[in-house]
Design a protein around this ligand. Structure first.
Ligand SMILES: *Cc1c(COP(=O)(O)O)cnc(C)c1O
Length: 234
């Protein structure tokens, strides 16, 4: 058994245990295998283990990998997105997790309309207020969603956050709880077209805590594919 298969077994067991602790059905949580910087051969190994959700953070890598891998998979754009690159995504990805400004939302609307589809999106929220991270402040999120709610080629499915990098996953529990209550509060505003059901939160270091706090997507890279090497171009 290769290390990717072994890691996937371990991650799966951890997801199940977190669901059990929280009294949640395993089916409520979808594992996104974050394959950024990793070769197509790694993705194929994960596919052989039954994985169909893959997350990438660079448009060029999504273009390359979706060209090489023609099997039908669920590709998710999870990284910061520049407006001028949006045009490559409709038809290639199922969901964009990183919508945090009006001009980006407007461009997704335009490109999705052009492709004749409705794009599922999540609004990225910088819950911990880290300077280094993109995303809306929690306070600005409801108004932002009101502003984009009428765009007919965008479906706002929920919220996403990237919690601080930490050795102590418990320290992120409060951020995950905040994201969930923000979604509940915004749903309660009865904004036309807005009924969110998706929380993308939790990475290798903290996905179990995120599941306990209500994550529906966890984004796990290192825990499946091993450390990333940014020094060499793949
Ligand atoms: C890289 C990345 C991940 C995965 O991080 P790991 O710590 O390797 O699991 C998750 N979400 C986003 C947005 C990322 O860019």
């Amino acid at each position: 058994m290769g290390y990717i298969e072994e890691n996937l077994k371990e991650v799966e067991a951890n997801i199940q245990k977190a669901c059990d602790r929280a009294g949640r059905d395993r089916k409520e949580v979808t594992l996104i295998c974050v394959s950024k910087t990793k070769p197509v051969s790694d993705i194929r190994q994960a596919m052989e283990c039954g994985q169909t959700y893959f997350g990438e953070n660079k448009v060029q890598e999504i273009k390359d990998k979706t060209t090489e891998i023609t099997e039908s998979l669920h590709w998710h754009m999870i990284g910061h997105l520049q407006t001028n690159k949006v045009k490559y995504l409709p038809g290639r990805v199922d969901m964009i997790h990183s919508v945090d400004n009006i001009s980006l939302a407007g461009e997704i609307e335009k490109q999705a309309a052009k492709a004749g589809l409705v794009m599922d999106v999540l609004c990225e929220v910088n819950v911990a207020g880290e300077d280094t991270k993109f995303g809306l402040t929690p306070d600005a999120t409801a108004d932002f969603i009101k502003e984009i709610a009428s765009l007919s080629h965008i479906r706002v499915r929920g919220l996403m956050t990237i919690a601080p990098y930490t050795d102590d996953p418990e320290s992120n529990r409060g951020y995950f709880r905040t994201l969930k209550s923000l979604m509940t509060d915004i749903n309660a505003m009865n904004i036309p077209n807005i009924s969110m059901d998706t929380l993308s939160m939790g990475m290798t270091g903290d996905y179990e805590v995120a599941i306990e706090e209500g994550a529906t997507f966890v984004r796990v890279g290192t825990g499946i594919f091993g450390e990333r090497d940014y020094s060499k171009k793949n």
